[in-house]
Write a protein that binds this ligand. Structure first.
Ligand code: MG
Ligand code: ZN
Length: 371
């Protein structure tokens, strides 16, 4: 802008033209797309969701898989700074901040220096923000987007940082980290003081556009799908999109299908398929939203694979079964699906940290990264 001013003062004849061109530059810096509007970001993370988990939806979903609606697909390598096989903390940190860290680290470098997440960077730009998780909202995956702690187990500190984070909408479990704390603080009162509409029983039918929502729907995580969670993930996503889409400055929404990972750890195929079906129902809501709102980018990926899942033939017939090689995470490459504004940028093979870099470039946070 300094250069623009100097030119305007020294070349008076061209002043009007230059003012116009400077304004244009400023506008496109802020909104780097044709329509000059901010790009909404919906990031769906299936915890523990690799290629085989997705493949189950091509064999065990009676409907056509929602994944078929993607045309732009890439693969990420998920290894952390400390281990070839990552945990959800280091993987969440890589997706959220663009930095590899050690397993168990949340939003910090390997030297424990705090990092700024994509959600925070967009919030600083005026975006409204939302987080949805089926586990505790203070668990590693959602925490990577707002917290900076040296170990994922510091859930009371993570809850304190969530209260300070000014997120417009969050829903998940983890109530006990807010109201049954060792330090005696009641963070639910603090959330109410900050103007949050807080509920720990049911999702409201709607939320006013200026209202913040804190949904702490269970003491710990929510129930697994096959034990009766209902349509929480889908309904919370619809509610969040409804609330956040009123934002004139864009929004960022992260949605986590947390229990795909748990099903892998439990080596339980019924559990896995129920969680994948639930994820697909939510995915339908997100893809439909992108189809109807061109200024939105949907990215769907996993943080790592869990269970060494494969789909094997059975002895006696042409049928297939889901099997598990391990009850641990694996180092499999993980697919990334993108739809909407900038979708083609997500093709190819890259590191999990590049998901952050690509979103940064598309939203105009940092045009220099990765180019
Ligand atoms: Mg998780
Ligand atoms: Zn896990």
């Amino acid at each position: 802008m300094l250069i623009c001013k100097q030119k305007i003062f020294s070349v008076s004849l061209a002043a009007l033209m230059l003012v116009t061109s400077c304004n244009n530059t400023k506008q496109s810096d802020k909104f780097p797309n044709k329509e000059e509007k901010p790009i909404n970001i919906i990031l769906m993370i299936g915890d523990g969701m690799g290629v085989s988990q997705i493949s189950t939806m091509f064999y065990f979903n009676p409907e056509d898989s929602e994944f078929k609606r993607f045309e732009h697909i890439g693969f990420i390598k998920t290894s952390s700074a400390s281990n070839k096989v990552t945990d959800s903390a280091a993987a969440g940190t890589a997706l959220a901040t663009g930095h590899k860290t050690y397993n168990r680290g949340i939003g910090v470098t390997p030297d424990s220096v705090s990092l700024t997440s994509i959600m925070k960077l967009l919030q600083n730009k005026g975006y409204q923000t939302g987080l949805i998780s089926l586990s505790s909202i203070t668990d590693a995956t959602p925490a990577s987007f707002y917290a900076n702690v040296t170990d994922r187990n510091m859930q009371e500190e993570i809850a304190r940082q969530l209260v300070e984070s000014n997120i417009d909408f969050f829903a998940g479990g983890g109530l006990k980290f807010f109201n049954q704390r060792f330090d005696g603080l009641n963070l639910t009162s603090l959330l109410k003081q900050k103007g949050y509409l807080l509920d720990s029983l049911v999702l409201p039918a709607s939320i006013k556009s200026e209202e913040k929502f804190a949904g702490l729907m269970a003491n710990d995580g929510l129930l697994p799908k096959h034990e009766g969670r209902g349509q929480f993930l889908k309904e919370a996503t619809e509610l969040a999109l409804n609330r956040l889409s009123g934002s004139q400055n864009g929004f960022f929404l992260m949605i986590e299908g947390s229990y795909i990972d748990w099903a892998g750890h439990a080596k339980n195929s019924e559990f896995l398929i129920a969680e994948m079906l639930d994820f697909e129902e939510t995915l339908k809501v997100a893809i439909d939203y992108v189809d109807n709102n061109k200024n939105t980018l949907l990215i769907v990926t996993g943080d790592h694979e869990t269970g060494g899942v494969s789909i094997e033939k059975t002895n006696n017939s042409d049928s297939v079964v889901v099997t598990f090689k391990t009850d641990q995470h694996t180092a499999d490459l993980i697919p990334v699906f993108a739809k909407g504004f900038g979708e083609e940028q997500f093709r190819g093979f890259y590191e999990n940290t590049d998901v952050f870099n690509k979103i940064s470039i598309l939203t105009g946070i940092n045009k220099n990264i990765g180019r």
